[in-house]
Design a binder for this molecule. Sequence first.
Ligand code: ARG
Length: 269
Amino acid sequence: MKALKLLSIVMVFSLMVILSACGTSKTNGSENNSEKKTLKVVSNAEYAPFEYLDKGKIKGFDIDLMEAIAKEAGYKIKIEHVGWDPLFVEIKGKTADLGISAITINEERQQTYDFSTPYFVSTNEILVPKGSNIKNAMDLKNKVVGVQNGTTGQEVVEAILGKNSSNLKKFDSTNLAIMEMKGGGASAVVADNTVVEEYVKNNPQENMVLIKDEVNFEKEFYGLMFPKGSKLKADFDKAITKVIENGTYAKIYKQWFKVDPDLNLLTEK
Ligand code: ARG
């Protein structure tokens, strides 16, 4: 009799274990996000104020925004600095789930990758030493110009200098291009406005100035970048819209840029 009682207790327990196991496997495939795996997010953290390393820690507007978007979407993430070219390789090869790195959404990239809805408006801008005779983008002709390899900065300068111009110097980061200019190896650097503006603000002793050219340099929009066909895009698009609507985006924006964002610009795309 005792043995029978014990057996039924054991049976009830095993049934409970089986049932609870069913429960978890069910939540895995459902809307419950608590079971989702940690996503690998890649970046090129040499682009302050969007992403940069501070004592080995990755920081920036993109980083704070990415954390907020992921939280809203219910995903755990780990953001890694891998470099600009490796970022594209990893997302294409799906060794990373997505990228955030002030990445401009453009047609060429859209052939290979999927992008989220836009989260930032940018344009290329020219950085020159004070006293330079470069006054607009067309003045870059016949000048040695530094850019980060594989960026839209390279693209807009190629449109002026010609595609294989030997006057175009390409670097792994914008910071390296700026160093080249400081050393006299280039007359100008072209990169995203917010980045070169931040550089000038932080380095007043270097006597550099900025030249805007809204005629030759178009408005660009940043997006999160996914492998083509990624199922994550829908969740993250929803989360971006949500953080914009609920004020989280404006809060992060103000922390980094000290002004309120013009949200109308984002919906123009
Ligand atoms: N927005 C430009 C592009 O997409 C430059 C981005 C560079 N980003 C970076 N983290 N280095 O081509």
